[in-house]
Design a protein. Structure first.
Length: 148
């Protein structure tokens, strides 16, 4: 039935999908069977609370008001710094920056031209099968400007 040298094809077509399907079926079977009660973890167990050395349940957490965010994590004030921050986070696409910041097309285009003229950003055009792709990268100078 199996020709010599082609038995590996059966392995790929039959056994590999089974390895992915069987654990899902087992999980569904266990879930339908009700092996654990969803409420068993949310109820208090008085026997455990009486045991010496057991952990006490914390009902509420106090908010620490003395914690302040460092100055470097504050949101940038102007839109130029916001765009530079997006570039430093790794966003390379014009449309993604526009979507993240909610800036209109003309305004973002003028900001990017200013950043490029200042040497804070570089534009790299890549050619591919579907046409050219434009990627935006911060320069070292742009990185330093954003984080100082």
């Amino acid at each position: 039935m199996v020709e010599e040298g082609f038995s590996w094809i059966y392995l790929i077509f039959f056994l590999v999908p089974l390895v992915r399907i069987v654990p899902r079926l087992v999980r569904k079977w266990r879930k339908g069977k009700g092996t654990f009660d969803e409420n068993q973890f949310s109820q208090r167990n008085p026997e455990i609370e009486k045991m010496p050395g057991s952990f006490e349940r914390v009902e509420s957490f106090e908010r620490v008001e003395s914690f302040e965010k460092p100055r470097s994590f504050d949101k940038p004030q102007n839109k130029e710094m916001q765009v530079l921050g997006e570039l430093n986070k790794g966003v390379k696409d014009f449309n993604k920056i526009q979507k993240n910041l909610g800036i209109n097309y003309q305004e973002l285009e003028s900001i990017l031209k200013d950043l490029e003229d200042q040497g804070l950003m570089k534009v790299i055009k890549k050619g591919g099968l579907l046409g050219t792709k434009v990627e935006l990268y911060p320069t070292d100078k742009g990185f330093k400007r954003y984080y100082t």
